[in-house]
Design a protein around this ligand. Structure first.
Ligand code: PEP
Length: 251
């Protein structure tokens, strides 16, 4: 079922005291009935937060990444099997920072998605184009290729577990937001692409989030577009007041 989702990616921010402070404010917030809130803190806080969130409705925890293997000699990595063993329901896969800084290819992300799905996690699969691709007006073919190469061979049960986050790289952490029209254009193209790869029903049930400088001041306008089902939020998710406003930005 298509859901409205406000997801916060904390990236590598906040020591334990300030992470707890933010988390306590968020968990004390009333989440609207039509919204699911997902918080993706650094790995070190996951176990504590998932336990605290277990009794709260519509408030779920995500990891920011997982490895493509189940276990092995991969120093510093965390697997989907480990995340599942502490009841983490969501995992962000393919964030552009990981694609760039850790050379994660579409093929590698396909392996990560499969591994996450094998352990019953819901991947939040990120896609999005760099500025030069947008300027060449090749953004739609670029993003649909990312989706085909990483998700195209999933079966219907598997693709139904996926949330897609469209995050134009030029809008991440830059203060420059895609216009609601630019977001809608891409989200519609993504939904049509999912429909052509799978079925119209699967496409209509998929939540497609926008990410890239979403703030309390622009969330409502972006989320009101018909194919935008919420946001993956970086900077504005680090401040309780801002993120709570974003959670309350759905009609
Ligand atoms: C992100 O990191 O996914 C993101 C969208 O960041 P920001 O909201 O800061 O642009």
């Amino acid at each position: 079922m298509r859901k409205n989702i406000a997801a916060g990616n904390w990236k590598m921010f906040k020591d334990a005291a300030s992470a707890n402070e933010l988390f306590e404010k968020l968990i004390a917030t009333e989440i609207p009935e039509n919204v699911i809130t997902v918080i993706a803190p650094p790995f070190i806080y996951l176990k504590e937060f998932v336990q605290k969130a277990s009794s709260k409705d519509r408030f779920l925890i995500a990891a920011q990444n997982c490895h493509h293997a189940t276990e092995g000699a991969y120093t510093g990595e965390v697997s989907a099997m480990m995340l599942k063993s502490i009841n983490i329901p969501y995992v962000i896969i393919g964030h552009s920072e990981r694609r760039e800084q850790h050379a994660e290819s579409n093929e590698m992300l396909k392996m990560k998605v499969l591994e996450a799905l094998n352990y019953g996690l819901n991947p939040i699969f990120c896609c999005g184009e760099p500025l030069e691709i947008r300027k060449r007006e090749e953004h739609i073919s670029f993003v649909t290729k990312q989706i085909t190469e990483s998700l195209g061979t999933l079966n219907h049960d598997q693709i139904s577990q996926i949330v897609i986050a469209y995050e134009p790289i030029w809008a991440i952490g830059t203060g420059e937001t895609a216009s609601p029209e630019q977001a809608q254009e891409m989200h519609e193209a993504i939904r049509n692409h999912i429909s052509s790869l799978f079925t119209e029903e699967i496409a209509n049930n998929m939540s497609i989030l926008y990410g890239g400088s979403v703030k309390a001041s622009n969330a409502n306008e972006i989320f009101s577009k018909p194919d935008v089902d919420g946001g993956l939020v970086g900077g504005a998710a680090l401040d309780a007041d801002s993120f709570i406003k974003i959670i309350n930005s759905f009609r």
